[in-house]
Write a protein that binds this ligand. Sequence first.
Ligand SMILES: [Mn+2]
Length: 259
Amino acid sequence: MKRRLVQVPYHLGREDATLGTGPPLLAEAIGGETAVVERGESFRNEVQASMAVVRALAAEVRDTLDGGYHPVVLAGNCNGALGTVTGAGEDLGVVWLDAHGDFETDETTTSGFFDGFALAMLTGQGWTAMRRGLTVVPPHRVVHVGGRDFNPGERERMVAAGVTVVRDDAAEGVGELSHRTSAVYLHVDLDVLDPSEGIANEYAAPGGLSADDLRAIVELVYTSFEVRAVALTAYDPRCDAERRIPRVAASLVRELVAT
Ligand SMILES: [Mn+2]
């Protein structure tokens, strides 16, 4: 299956100079057919605009699959996952690679950072009316890999909800998930990489995956499941003056993802 890059050049619903500028640089490094998501609605506030981007992304992912392409989403934010999963169809599992949990809700957050709610929203927590029509993935069909910078209590809440949380032994989590689902969405927040491979964004944390580890995990996921869509997210070029992260992303996608 031929791949198509789907750029989502927004951060918290805005076209901005931070995470919003990552997707075009990743797309340039990877190369090939590319589509660019447009928010459509005018900006009223971060939450409204973020969810407008999510809905536009869902439509673009659906079109991409209908056109016979494998969607490779390049998104400023992790909350794009709601749109990608909604566009990619029913009954998916999720393999989520991220230094962070992204498992906050309005009840638990102390930062208010909307992108910190991404995986909680995807599994049906919080923002119920804003999520209307978007697909929910049951937590027991989610494996979270590479986390090491959780907020207080966050990891415990993920586990209690039914999410499988593994640090770097992805094989165990992926093997378990393969008994529950045959098709997945693969989410790669680029800050899952160790900062020694390049600093993906200002939230980067030590103790991450090497580029070789990441490659092995992505390969394992592609051989274990039908990957309906993959996303590379949260690249802030301001943190990576030497532009190392796009090179890692390009070799991952070119060598491992459908050509
Ligand atoms: Mn992250």
